[in-house]
Unconditional design. Structure first.
Length: 391
């Protein structure tokens, strides 16, 4: 089909819950995408952090294909090898205990909430079930996870009533967190180490350590949401590993699937055995095809790979900060927010796209999430387009 025909069919048959950019994707390789007319684009989005290994990684394709030739699905009522292997790798990589698999970050955080609420209602020395998140956070689009999301723009009247048992504290403000804990006596606190949808806001080490101390002292489950920041994106396998903390639950998704849908939680000793048969499930969770690809992702992200991510991030950040229109960059690793001095981020993103660079927005910033495998040539092509548009 021609590009215009695809756009018309999308408008006619797809529910309009997305504001799409003017690009009809056709095929790609690593961090380079081609549209239906053959125009080249450098990708600084990775499918909103999903395509950790870029487009059409040959090793990942081989791993997925090999499993497809065996069987594509069996359900969680039977044992399957790829998911068990993946769970073992995640536990060993984190020093935690057990994993629950689902399809997405929203489902992963829903699972984390259920585990935390069960702990608070049955295992703590008294009944408690409120969950505290941070202002400017984002945790998903289900009723519970959108309630936990600390941004008023997502809490519109048309979706009321929202879930009960959620409250908020200010990021990087330990006194605000202490006040919220005192007010609510929560069962859990959930935080993103880098707030993606909230504007690429990184949490300060002292704040993160302080929250860990509060959780330890008051028997509060600490949930770290690594849906966007995890799986090598920030230069360590999980972002929290740069902060020296020990969460009870870590949620993950996006980059571990490298393009196929997967999510889950890794649980520590305090939380790993709380769920029993019938209390949580997911039809497609631990799908063997997806897990086969995820195992390849895990095997790829060794110390050398992560060191290369840090090097690419340092180069990209330095080049961007040298542009006069750029006020500052925020974030961690290849999870970068670009704050502009005068121009509006959404307008610049459209200009960049017209010039062959795919980028995103986050509140008032340009958001960059390039594939972790992006080559130096692709990185420099993207930087050149930035300089052209902002110069």
């Amino acid at each position: 089909m021609k590009a215009e025909q695809i756009k018309e069919l999308d408008k006619e048959y797809i529910i309009g819950s997305y504001g799409r950019y003017d690009l009809v994707c056709d095929h790609g390789k690593n961090a380079t995408m081609f549209d239906k007319d053959g125009k080249e684009y450098i990708d600084f989005t990775a499918g909103i952090g999903v395509n950790s290994l870029g487009f059409a990684d040959e090793g990942w394709i081989k791993a997925v294909e090999e499993q497809l030739h065996k069987f594509q699905h069996a359900s969680n009522l039977f044992y399957t090898e790829p998911g068990v292997e993946l769970a073992k790798k995640l536990a060993e990589r984190t020093g935690m205990e057990k994993v629950f698999f689902c399809n997405s970050g929203g489902e992963a955080n829903e699972t984390a909430f259920k585990i935390a609420k069960k702990y608070g209602n049955t295992m703590a020395d008294h009944r408690k079930n409120t969950i505290i998140s941070l202002y400017d956070s984002f945790h998903g689009r289900t009723v519970a996870t959108i309630t936990a999301t600390g941004q008023d723009r997502f809490h519109t009247e048309c979706f009321e009533p929202y879930a009960q048992g959620y409250d908020y504290a200010a990021a990087n403000d330990l006194e605000s967190m202490k006040a919220a804990v005192e007010k609510n006596d929560p069962c859990a606190i959930i935080m993103e180490i880098v707030q993606g949808e909230g504007g690429l806001i990184g949490l300060e080490k002292d704040f993160v350590e302080g929250v860990q101390k509060i959780c330890d002292e008051k028997d509060i489950i600490l949930i770290i949401d690594e849906v966007q920041a995890g799986i090598g994106r920030t230069g360590s396998f999980f972002a929290y590993q740069q902060y020296g903390i020990h969460p009870d639950i870590v949620s993950f998704a996006k980059g571990i699937g490298a393009g196929l849908p997967i999510g889950g939680v890794v649980c520590g000793k305090k939380t790993c055995d709380l769920l029993v048969p019938g209390e949580q499930g997911c039809t497609f969770g631990m799908n063997p095809v997806v897990c086969a690809g995820a195992n390849y992702v895990m095997d790829t992200m060794d110390d050398e790979f992560l060191a290369a991510v840090c090097k690419k991030a340092e180069h990209l950040r330095a080049e961007l900060e040298a542009i006069d229109e750029v006020e500052k960059t925020t974030g961690l690793g290849l999870m970068i927010g670009v704050k502009l001095k005068n121009k509006k981020a959404d307008e610049v993103v459209n200009e960049l796209l017209a010039n062959g660079l795919m980028t995103l927005t986050a509140v008032d910033k340009i958001r960059l999430l390039p594939p972790l495998t992006i080559s130096q040539a692709e990185l420099d092509k993207g930087i050149a387009i930035f300089k052209k548009v902002l110069g």
